[in-house]
Design a binder for this molecule. Structure first.
Ligand code: HEM
Length: 392
């Protein structure tokens, strides 16, 4: 595959990793279950399900202060907070509780018609051509529209968000100049939205955060900004990637496509299996004190990557972990994480993913990948196809 040394210099920003992640994880699980990387400040990289779960649950030894690993330093040292994901208890508990009503089943149900009509509109745009790009013409638009709706910001700003989120996740961690400029754009944008909502409140997350109380005090502008930024980053590329990877699988495995068309009741199990097999999100932690973890001499401040997608392909945790089994019954996958930071948007993501795939199968005849060599996978901590040419 490559002569990159993943045991001693793991690099999740290398395009070789992006194209061959399953193989890299499988090799490491067999030969070096906790790898390292000098490039990312001596980052540790566990790949076994049991280690990843243990680290995610141990909030005392592993802090969430820097959930994205940058080459040049810890996120928190640059004053960047995106609560609740970047915080530890007890603050985490209060902030998470604050956001819970925003993800209630009734709010998610209310967003479903928007996803349905958008999916149909997008399909109308390419159904007569016999071709579409599953990532660019379809998957990416759905979460952008939903997040814009939740934040109460104009749809036409969606493209701008996509670029900023791409910069944040794929360029900023290895380029401090992009990191600083990009953050400034986010900040200026949300500052003006916050000011606007203070004078003209709406039924949206920005207004909700402005009026919210945490531990008997109002949120600071910095906290409101951080909360909005998190939703943008957590809600867009993640869901886009999950929808895209599911389409990628179905376009390559025509039998699975046929089966899902003929047995739509299989959809809930199939969606969980897509989430397991193609989990998009890798998070990170920071070691809080010098300690020995499974024979690894961890130092205070060392970053630890948490590749939940690798855990989901661990043969010790799942039978035939490397095979997609649409009706897999036992599926305790970690796509949404585990422990106190488990994804708040999981039910929203499931609704978007299910609606996107169901609508595609209902509207299109059999579709298949045009040329597997032209598929491009994203770099960094969120993994999904970014170019996905499909014909039907
Ligand atoms: C398929 C799509 C998604 C995947 C795979 C995913 C995955 C994850 C994972 C793995 C975590 C755990 C983080 C950790 O342990 O550090 C997480 C947390 C979180 N996610 Fe998602 N996510 C998805 C979609 C969304 C959406 C659509 C939203 C909201 C619009 C969202 C909001 C959040 C929030 C707020 C947290 C932080 C929870 C906390 O720290 O307590 N996610 N997500």
């Amino acid at each position: 595959m490559s002569d990159l040394d993943y045991k001693n210099n793991f690099d999740h920003f290398s395009s070789i990793y992006a194209q061959n992640a399953f193989e890299v994880w499988s090799d490491l699980q067999k030969s070096c279950p906790i790898a390292r990387s000098e490039k990312f400040r001596n980052m540790w990289v566990p790949t076994k399900y049991s280690d990843i779960e243990e680290i995610a649950r141990d909030t005392d030894l592993f802090s969430s202060r820097s959930p994205v690993v940058a080459e040049f330093g810890a996120m928190a040292d640059f004053g960047l907070q995106v609560p609740p994901i970047s915080s530890d208890p007890p603050y985490h508990t209060s902030f998470r509780r604050l956001l819970l009503p925003f993800f209630s089943p009734s709010r998610i149900e209310a967003l479903k018609p928007t996803v349905e009509s958008l999916a149909n509109e997008l399909i109308d745009g390419f159904i007569d051509t016999g071709f579409f790009d599953g990532a660019l013409d379809y998957a990416q638009h759905i979460p952008i529209k939903i997040i814009a709706k939740m934040l109460g910001i104009p749809d036409e700003d969606g493209d701008q968000f996509r670029i900023w989120v791409h910069n944040f996740l794929e360029l900023a961690p290895t380029d401090i100049t992009v990191a600083a400029t990009n953050l400034l754009h986010f900040f200026e944008y949300f500052q003006s939205q916050i000011e606007l909502r203070k004078s003209h409140p709406k039924d949206d997350l920005v207004t909700f955060l402005i009026n919210a109380q945490i531990d008997n005090r109002a949120l600071s502008d910095q906290e409101i900004f951080g909360g909005c930024l998190l939703l943008l980053v957590a809600g867009i590329d993640t869901t886009w990637s999950a929808i895209g990877a599911s389409i990628w699988h179905l376009s390559l495995n025509l039998n699975d496509q046929k089966r899902l068309r003929s047995d739509p009741d299989l959809m809930p199990l199939a969606i969980e299996e897509f989430l397991r097999a193609f989990a998009p999100v890798t998070m990170a932690r920071e070691v809080t004190r010098d300690s020995d973890f499974k024979g690894c001499p961890m130092k205070k401040g060392d970053p630890v990557l948490l590749p939940f997608p690798a855990a989901n392909r661990d043969l010790d945790a799942f039978e035939d972990a490397d095979i997609v089994i649409l009706d897999r019954e036992r599926n305790r996958h970690l796509a949404f994480g585990v422990g106190i930071h488990r994804c708040l948007g999981s039910n929203l993501a499931r609704m978007e993913l299910t609606t996107a795939i169901r609508t595609l199968l209902e509207r299109l005849p059999e579709f298949k990948l045009k040329d597997p060599n032209t598929v491009v996978w994203s770099l960094g901590q969120v993994r999904g196809p970014r170019v996905l040419p499909i014909e039907f």
